[in-house]
Design a protein around this ligand. Sequence first.
Ligand code: ATP
Ligand code: MG
Length: 411
Amino acid sequence: MLIASLIAGVLVLTALSLAGSYLERRQKRRFEQEELARLLAQSSAPSNGRSPEPVPTSVVDTNRLSARLGTNKDGAVSWRPLALPNPHLLIVGGSGSGKSQTIKAVCHELRKATAVVVFDVHGDLAIDGATTHELHFESRYGINPLVLSLDPKGGGPVAQKEIVRTRLQRTFAPMGSVQLGVLDDLLRRCYEARGITQEDHASWRKDPPTFADLEERLAKDIAGTKTPERLQALKTKISTVFDCKVFSKPTLPIAATGITRLDLSRLGLDIQFLASDVLLRHLFREAMLAGEAEEGELRYVFVIDEAKLLVSRGKDDPLGIINRLATEARKYGVGLLLASQDLEHFSRDILNNVATKLVLMHSETAIRATASKLLLEKEQLQALKEPFVGLAKFGGTGWRRVQVQPYFARV
Ligand SMILES: Nc1ncnc2c1ncn2[C@@H]1O[C@H](COP(=O)(O)OP(=O)(O)OP(=O)(O)O)[C@@H](O)[C@H]1O
Ligand SMILES: [Mg+2]
């Protein structure tokens, strides 16, 4: 009896001591993270190369993910997306300044740690080890805008019809209310023909229709009426979405880790916009459905070279996908890598929200606008005289010079 009590006592003491040290470790970690946040918020030292790396090495979780950009006179310069207020990076620079080569290098560095999805509009972002899906008339996969969200509160065919109508309206503006009504009815019948209804949540898991179904139904309606003008007008208006066949096939698979590259270079601008917009919204919806990300978790990095593709239509539209991602994606473990020749393509939201910026060589005429938007001196930009020489800003730190190591010099 005495021995049993002694053993029980020892066990209780051991458990208490283990719990104590666990709590102590958690408290220490929290303290370190608060310290990191304080450092990032306070540090505003100018980029003279003397400022230390802002991230204390003891915060192992957030430092785990690191993409080496290049070097400066203090050593390696790396982007640590999770150690910053958000995992977004914006690159701006003139033609030939090194944006695409930098993007490829960063993707390559992150390939083992997360799912990198590259939207390649020029077809020049081939990266070692990436799975490339060309999207065109004959490609195996496409992007199906009719895939449903399974979220019981905001999903199902009713929400999806609304999303598709809005996307098409945005792509093929102007579209009147009559045309939108016709489209809505066609889409409803497409879902119903597959046995999918709003009320029956289980039916949302069935194979969704594609734009091939929509095209067929529209053609049948035109053939079956004596007054086909309205239907014909709708068909003419959106015919490119049918002709390209990209939206008439199942959606391409996205690898859970590694680089998935969508080669959009064979598509027209409207279709590039629609395809990227639809896929980004689907992937973001998936990330939101999975709930808020754990600390240190990065589910996706979306890579958009030539960001004007997605922001040129209403760059200040808060519902524009890039603006939504820039403001909301971090919470759900989604990072953005954006590049453009001109900051004019980005809304104020994006400029304010993206924590990391890399400025590369500019043409003389573009210097003034960038300098004023990023609060840089014109001379600082004039000093970037060759490709891959840039200024980088990580969160609240000052600008620091960086010599980017291009992708072609790495692999
Ligand atoms: N494989 C390579 N080997 C050597 N130099 C290269 C290679 N690929 C690109 N370059 C050079 O690297 C520089 C930057 O090219 P990059 O394509 O990254 O520019 P960019 O900023 O994306 O330009 P753009 O806005 O026109 O797309 C250019 O001077 C280009 O000629
Ligand atoms: Mg480029």
